[in-house]
Design a protein around this ligand. Structure first.
Ligand SMILES: Nc1ncnc2c1ncn2[C@@H]1O[C@H](COP(=O)(O)OP(=O)(O)O)[C@@H](O)[C@H]1O
Ligand SMILES: [Mg+2]
Length: 308
């Protein structure tokens, strides 16, 4: 897959001296859904605002489809649709007028059929004559997405698309984003919801304190960084972990009937065979056992903790 966005050594220090981005290198592949995952204040909005030409970089270079975002600003901006984090917009206008107007801003000829298509895709067609101010928060967000798509961008940036959006609408938006990707649009979304990255992304970049900690295929990330937890259910509960098992770093559940053992999935030896032997030696009887793969959430918490 070819790269549609190339970010080379990009940094940002705001005028008050705050360094929001340490030099960042990143390539976004054409046609993927890329999730930039990080806590509040990590630098996500700063990064995408630079790519969209709203914030000037302090150093480095970004190209979009081979064009430089500063030298060829008009060209790169026309290829980009941005759905901002904050709800803003022409409150008094109707949905249809606002979305059509935005298309015009990019110098594109009118195309009522296309505008109708995106309004239908976003379940906004029924509301086309409604004033934006009278819409619910979720509907307003859909209008922002329609505006961002009005000029047929190749790349869509979604800055925290589902922050403050209810669960039902969130699922709808996720489906819509997938449909857009399937229609050939490259999607870059920022989120601090791990669930969102896990659900949506083809690849994930983890950012914290202005630093891109890693970029990885979501599936590989979960496999590579993942730990597995083995739960051993004891036939009779115990009060303390026997001395013979001290080296395994086991946890005992509150009721004393479960031993929890955590191991790295990539480790050469999991240690499970010897653990089971030692458990038997210690006179404990295991009734049942099962394993659990750690979620992206646990991986993320570990990563961010280690970086601090
Ligand atoms: N205009 C600005 N001037 C100074 N600092 C800023 C400005 N905009 C953002 N910051 C700071 O940069 C950091 C990253 O902000 P932001 O990119 O909005 O993070 P995120 O979107 O990941 O929550 C934060 O600490 C924020 O306070
Ligand atoms: Mg932000």
């Amino acid at each position: 897959m070819s790269n549609i966005v190339t970010i080379y050594s990009l940094s940002k220090t705001y005028s008050d001296g705050f360094q929001a981005l340490k030099p960042i290198n990143l390539q976004i592949k054409k046609g993927e859904i890329f999730a930039l995952l990080g806590p509040n204040g990590a630098g996500k909005t700063t990064l995408i605002s630079i790519i969209c030409g709203l914030v000037s970089p302090s150093g480095g270079q970004v190209t979009v489809n081979g064009f430089d975002i500063i030298k060829d600003f008009r060209k790169t901006r026309a290829m980009i649709g941005l759905v901002p984090q904050e709800l803003v917009g022409e409150a008094f206008e109707t949905v249809l007028a606002a979305v059509s107007f935005t298309r015009g801003l990019f110098g594109k000829a009118k195309d009522p059929a296309y505008i109708e298509k995106i309004l239908r895709l976003l379940s906004l067609w029924d509301k086309k004559d409604a004033r934006i101010q009278n819409l619910s928060g979720g509907m307003k967000r859909r209008v922002l997405i329609a505006k961002a798509l009005s000029h047929q961008p190749k790349i869509l940036f979604l800055d925290e698309p589902t922050a403050g959006v209810d669960v039902a609408l969130r699922k709808d938006l996720w489906q819509m984003v997938r449909d857009l990707r399937d229609s050939g649009v490259t999607i870059i979304l920022t989120t601090h919801y791990i669930e969102e990255a896990e659900e949506m992304a083809d690849r994930v970049g983890v950012i914290t304190n202005g630093e891109l900690l890693l970029v990885e295929d979501k599936a590989i990330l979960m496999q590579k960084m993942g730990k597995k937890r083995l739960t051993l259910q004891l036939v009779s509960p115990i009060k303390t972990i026997p001395q013979e098992l001290a080296n395994y770093g086991l946890e005992l559940s509150k009721c004393g009937n479960e031993l929890l053992y955590t191991y790295e999935t990539q480790a050469r030896s999991t240690g499970i065979t010897s653990l089971l032997n030692d458990i038997r030696q210690a006179g404990l009887k295991v009734g049942d056992l099962f394993t659990q793969q750690s979620s992206l959430e646990e991986i993320f918490v570990d990563l961010v903790k280690d970086a601090q």
